[in-house]
Write a protein of this length. Structure first.
Length: 391
C-alpha cells in the first residue's frame, strides 16, 4: 500500500512506512495492561519491559551476527554517529588526534568531524573517485602513527554507492585504528556479518527498515581497544554509555523490523533491483542525462541522475505527485547543490539538476512507469520553456 495515498512515494532512502506487524507489536506495549513500565525498574512490570528490550537486542544482533550485549540503544543514527565518533576520538585523544573520513559522508558524520576540528583534532578528508568510491589504497596511504579513528559510510544515502568496508576495516585493524561505519542505509538491506568484518563501531536507525522513527542503535565491538566516552550523563543505563529511560515500544519495534528485514532481505533486494532497472531503462535515453554513481557497485534501491540544462527545484515541482529528492532529506531546505555530488567531480549545475529516486518494499511497477512518464514529460516541458538548450 502506498503510504502517502494519492502521492507516488519514491523517497524511501529518507524514511519508510511503519510495517503493520511492527506497529501492532508497539501498540501492544502501550495499551492499558501492556508492558509499558520502565525497563530499569526491578518490580515485575519493569522486568517484563526489560524482557522486550532483551528480545529486541537479540533480534537486531541476529540480523548483524553479533552478541546482544554489543548493542547500545540510541534515538537514531545521528546520535549513534555522534556517540561513536566523538566518544572514540576523545577517549583516544591522548594517543593522537588524527582522524580520517570522506567529504561524501552524511551531515550526521561530517558535521561531527568539523566540530572535532574546532576542538583541535586534525581531520583528513579522503576524496572519492568519479563514481563515489574510496580506493582502499588511498586510505592506507592516509593513515599515520597518530591516526585513531576512520569513519566511512557503507551505502551512500544520495548515490547508493557501496564502499568496501571489509577491506577498509582490515586496513584499519592492521594499524590499530578504530573503524566506524555509518550503516543507516545498509542495515537490513545488505548482509552484514560483524563476526567476519573488522568493524569497531556501527551506527544504524530503525526508520530506514520499516521501523519507528526516534530509535537507533550503536554496535560496539567487544575488544579492549574499543572504548568510548559518553555524550550524556545522568544514569547507569546501558553501561553508562547512553543513560536515560529506554523507549521500550520503539526499541521493541526496531527489533521486530530487524527480524522482518532478515527474512525479506533477499526478496527486497531483487524487488528494488528489478524496479531500479526498469526506471533507468525508461529514462536513460533522454539527451543530456547522467547517472551519478555506479549501477554495478551500489544498493539497487537508489538511482541518482542529473540532466543538462534543467534546474533541480523546478524539476522536483514538475514531477509532482511523484515524491523524490534532490539530495539528502537533511539538506532539503538548502539551495546549495549536493556536496556529495560535487565531491565526485560534478559541476554546480550538474549537481543542482540531480534527482534521487529511492525505492522500497511497497514500490510497484505502476509507480515506476508513472515516474518515468512524469520525468520525461517534465524534462521536455522545462526545456520547452528554455529555448536554445538541449532539444
Amino acid at each position: 500500500m502506498n503510504p502517502t495515498a494519492e502521492l507516488v512515494y519514491l523517497d524511501y532512502a529518507a524514511t519508510t512506512p511503519l510495517d503493520e506487524t511492527v506497529l501492532e507489536g508497539m501498540l501492544d506495549l502501550q495499551r492499558i495492561g501492556g508492558d509499558f513500565a520502565n525497563a530499569s525498574a526491578v518490580h515485575p512490570a519493569g522486568r517484563r519491559s526489560s524482557e522486550h528490550v532483551a528480545t529486541a537486542a537479540e533480534r537486531l544482533a541476529g540480523l548483524l551476527h553479533t552478541a546482544p550485549r554489543q548493542i547500545v540503544w540510541t534515538s537514531g543514527a545521528t546520535e549513534s554517529n555522534n556517540l561513536a565518533i566523538q566518544g572514540a576520538a576523545r577517549q583516544r585523544a591522548h594517543r593522537g588526534k588524527h582522524l580520517v573520513t570522506m567529504p561524501t559522508e552524511h551531515k550526521a558524520v561530517s558535521d561531527v568531524f568539523r566540530a572535532l576540528e574546532a576542538e583541535g583534532f586534525e581531520v583528513t578528508w579522503l576524496p572519492p573517485d568519479g563514481q563515489g568510491w574510496l580506493d582502499p589504497a588511498t586510505l592506507k596511504e592516509a593513515l599515520r602513527d597518530d591516526t585513531q579513528l576512520v569513519s566511512v559510510m557503507h551505502v551512500n544515502n544520495e548515490t547508493g554507492v557501496v564502499q568496501d568496508i571489509a577491506r577498509l576495516g582490515s586496513i584499519c585493524r592492521e594499524r590499530n585504528v578504530l573503524f566506524h561505519v555509518d550503516a543507516a542505509q545498509s542495515v537490513g538491506k545488505l548482509p552484514i556479518d560483524l563476526q567476519q568484518l573488522d568493524i569497531d563501531l556501527l551506527s544504524m536507525t530503525a526508520h530506514k527498515i520499516y521501523g519507528p522513527k526516534g530509535v537507533g542503535a550503536l554496535y560496539i565491538a567487544d575488544r579492549p581497544d574499543v572504548q568510548i566516552e559518553p555524550l550524556f550523563f545522568g544514569g547507569g543505563q546501558q553501561r553508562r554509555l547512553r543513560p536515560g529511560t529506554l523507549a521500550v515500544p520503539l526499541i521493541a519495534g526496531f527489533g521486530i523490523a530487524a527480524e522482518i528485514a532478515a527474512q525479506c532481505m533477499q526478496t527486497d533486494a531483487e524487488h528494488v533491483a528489478a524496479l531500479r532497472d526498469r526506471l533507468w531503462q525508461g529514462i536513460h535515453d533522454i539527451e543530456g542525462i547522467r547517472l551519478n554513481g555506479d549501477l554495478c557497485n551500489s544498493w539497487p534501491g537508489l538511482l541518482n541522475v542529473s540532466i543538462d540544462d534543467i534546474e533541480g527545484e523546478s524539476l522536483l515541482l514538475a514531477l509532482e505527485p511523484v515524491c523524490v529528492a534532490t539530495g539528502s532529506a537533511c539538506n532539503s531546505t538548502s539551495q546549495e547543490p549536493s556536496y556529495v555530488l560535487r565531491s565526485m567531480g560534478l559541476s554546480d549545475l550538474e549537481a543542482q539538476s540531480a534527482v534521487r529516486f529511492s525505492l522500497g518494499r511497497p514500490t510497484t511497477r505502476e509507480e515506476i512507469d508513472l515516474a518515468v512518464n512524469r520525468y520525461r514529460n517534465a524534462v521536455a516541458a522545462l526545456r520547452e520553456l528554455a529555448p536554445g538548450k538541449v532539444a
